[in-house]
Ligand binder design. Structure first.
Ligand SMILES: [Zn+2]
Length: 351
């Protein structure tokens, strides 16, 4: 899923995101709650209508941004008290409030509020956060179930989030506790936050062996193109990551031949498309030399769009190839991994 933080995939028009084939985007509850406000979006017919997006939308609980962006965080069993990074105003985000905001936004998939802790975390801290996350998940689920008609005809899925830091037994406990609460889909949170890739995979593996195959399994906040194959092989169906748009704004583009740092002088006279193996409108139309010029000439908004378009496309095609491999994990994932490896090796060679 491309990440549409504030109701837009950064620097991309919805038309471009559609052209690239994205079926679902992610909206950040924290940002939309603070600005323009969930009640305003509810009044204007929900987030789909507000941003004119016909595809699906997944919203997070807002918890991750509260923990990473805001000040004055006080976590109690009740919820998280925080100060807005915009105007300093004080707010309390509870499991119920996170449900309420996402119902107002009218997303297709809503996430429960969980407690995010920094890693590496000591075991006692991870245990306490896990306990609280399960309690909050219970409250969020029962609040959600009591108000199914909150937004008229709105149909929304609510996902639970497995926590447990980098402790395998805690990860398994968390998954079992959420299975008891019973969600239509499950996410794995708190990973890919600085631990080695092998550990991320190990933890995801612990969890996906317990979670039902017929329900979506979503690994939050991953991943690098060269790692997508690994997650697919572990049974992950959904991922989101700001990397494609963020790297592209720094002129780093993932192509099927590796990363291209388009600012580099070597591209000044390069007549090739960004990615010779790509058929998107950017690669069909523009040369590397022209894209490099856009960056050098300060035509950034335009430069962003073309780069990000290319990048999202490459990542999407990787993920699509991965999706077809979900039911035939080992065989297909092997092929995906070879593609990813090629990207990875080529990328390193260019740096
Ligand atoms: Zn392209």
């Amino acid at each position: 899923m491309p990440v549409g933080t504030q109701g837009a995939v950064k620097a991309l028009r919805n038309e471009a995101v559609e052209e690239l084939g994205a079926r679902m985007i992610l909206g950040n509850t924290y940002h939309l709650y603070l600005r323009p406000g969930h009640e305003l979006i509810r009044k204007l017919g929900g987030l789909h209508k507000f941003m004119s997006w016909n595809g699906a939308i997944l919203t997070d609980s807002g918890g991750y941004q509260v923990f990473s962006l805001s000040e004055l965080r006080q976590v109690t069993d009740d919820g998280v008290r925080f100060r807005s990074h915009l105007d300093g105003s004080e707010h309390l985000l509870t499991p119920e409030k996170a449900v309420e905001i996402q119902l107002a936004l009218g997303s297709d998939i809503a996430m429960v509020l969980d407690e995010c802790i920094e890693t590496p975390a000591p075991r006692d801290k991870a245990e306490a956060a896990l306990k609280r996350t399960t309690e909050w998940a219970k409250r969020a689920r029962s609040y959600f179930q009591q108000r199914p008609q909150r937004n008229g005809e709105l149909e929304q899925w609510q996902f639970g989030i497995v926590q447990g830091a980098t402790f395998a037994d805690l990860r398994r406990d968390s998954a079992r506790q959420l299975l008891e609460i019973d969600f239509p889909g499950y996410a794995v949170g708190g990973l890919a936050v600085g631990e080695p890739h092998e550990v991320t995979c190990e933890m995801a593996d612990e969890v996906t062996t317990l979670l039902p195959k017929e329900r979506p399994r979503y690994l939050m906040g991953v991943g690098r193109p060269e790692q997508i194959a690994d997650y697919v092989a572990l049974g992950i169906d959904m991922m989101d990551c700001v990397l494609p748009t963020r790297a592209a704004r720094h002129a780093c583009i993932y192509t099927s031949e590796g990363r291209v740092l388009i600012k580099n002088a070597r591209y000044a006279q390069d007549q090739k498309p960004l990615d010779p193996n790509c058929t998107c409108s950017v690669c069909r139309r523009y040369t590397r030399a022209y894209l490099r010029h856009l960056f050098a000439a300060g035509e950034l908004p335009r430069g962003y769009r073309v780069w990000e378009s290319s990048e999202i496309l490459v990542r999407r095609s990787l993920a699509l190839r991965g999706r077809s491999g979900i039911n035939m994990r080992s065989q297909r994932a092997g092929r995906l991994r070879r593609i990813a490896q090629r990207i990875h090796l080529a990328g390193n060679a260019r740096e």
